[in-house]
Design a protein around this ligand. Structure first.
Ligand SMILES: NC(=O)c1ccc[n+]([C@@H]2O[C@H](COP(=O)([O-])OP(=O)(O)OC[C@H]3O[C@@H](n4cnc5c(N)ncnc54)[C@H](O)[C@@H]3O)[C@@H](O)[C@H]2O)c1
Length: 306
């Protein structure tokens, strides 16, 4: 018995790295899979069916009996994302889980970043996450309206430590990832009544993306590792499988970092220190005199009337 027995899941960007790890984990846990990958370069150039086809063959080899089909759509194409969702419903009769994972990088400091590099990275990550979510949410919401019952859908979107904390040279990527976190929290509010949970995973691993970040790291696939390794891109996959399962029906609107053997719940943007001005409009010079001591004074939020 697997924790995902019989669940129908779409995993985007499943051809390499972290998504490939999710595909293997979901197959191990009994899911039926639509494994999407456009098959382009790490910078988003080109396309090839081989990435998705290869991972379908791999899960079949490793977990014989797994029902899995390949999909080659570009997640940032609104109509392509609709076809991806429809493929799951047409192939397996329903859709339970969406893991938005596809990604590319085109790094550069903000003062040199081209419009094309901004658009393509934000396009794949933020718009791509929206496109697949949009069509899956429409499917889930229609099902909820028809049956009046919570549908038990699961949305897991992929962010990154860079997006949550900032990273030099990645303005496009971090903006997209921060946007995905906010988008997911809003989705969790909008889809709560329909019984759909929406969470984010912040993974890590020695993938093609990681290898672009100025290191001499060799990109590896999950099946290249033997035993536990902190750089294995599949280390976050059990967390994603748990979030996708019935066991996590009560978990929504969360951002969870899973790197190596560590699992951390991100504390979301929250109010810090506050100052108020006795019911009066503030004056800029007074703020200048007080801000350092009273707004940035403590890591612990508190209200001071000055
Ligand atoms: N590797 C890390 O340390 C790390 C850390 C934090 C977050 N992430 C995130 O994890 C996700 C997976 O990245 P990875 O490191 O495994 O990289 P990867 O390059 O190995 O895998 C990304 C996959 O997405 C596919 N893809 C790209 N554009 C697509 C599109 N438009 N439509 C469909 N598929 C597309 C690629 O072909 C590729 O197979 C990304 O969202 C990335 O931002 C990675």
């Amino acid at each position: 018995m697997g924790i995902l027995d019989g669940k129908v899941a779409i995993i985007t960007g499943a051809g390499h790295g972290i998504g490939r790890g999710h595909a293997l984990e979901f197959a191990k846990e009994g899911a039926k899979l639509v494994l999407n990958d456009l098959g382009g370069s790490v910078h988003g150039e080109g396309a090839s069916a081989s990435a998705a086809d290869e991972v379908v063959a791999l899960v079949g080899e490793r977990f014989p009996g797994t029902e899995a089909v390949a999909d080659h759509e570009d997640v940032s194409d609104f109509d392509g994302a609709a076809r991806l969702v429809q493929r799951a419903v047409d192939t397996f009769g329903t859709l339970d889980v969406v893991v938005n994972n596809a990604g590319i990088v085109r790094d550069g400091v903000v003062w040199k970043m081209s419009e094309a590099d901004w658009d393509s990275v934000v396009g794949v990550h933020l718009k791509g996450t929206f496109c697949v979510t949009r069509h899956a949410a429409a499917y889930w919401y229609a099902k909820y309206k028809e049956t009046g019952q919570p549908v038990g859908g699961r949305l897991i979107n992929t962010v990154s430590g860079a997006g949550m904390e900032g990273n030099f040279g990645q303005a496009n990527y971090t903006a997209a990832k921060g946007g995905i976190a906010s988008f997911t929290i809003t989705c969790s509010l909008e889809l709560y009544k329909a019984g759909v949970t929406c969470n984010c995973i912040s993974p890590g691993g020695a993938t093609r993306i990681m290898a672009t970040m100025g290191s001499s790291l060799e990109p590896k696939e999950p099946e290249d590792f033997d035993g536990f390794d902190p750089l294995d891109p599949s280390n976050a996959s059990p967390v994603v499988a748990w979030l996708a399962s019935d066991a996590a029906a009560h978990v929504t609107g969360q951002v969870i970092r899973a790197v190596g053997d560590s699992i951390i719940r991100y504390v979301p943007w929250d109010y810090g220190d506050e100052i108020t001005n006795k019911g009066e409009r503030w004056d800029a010079s007074r703020i200048a005199a007080l801000a350092d001591a009273h707004l940035f004074h403590s890591r612990h939020p508190g209200l001071r009337t000055l």
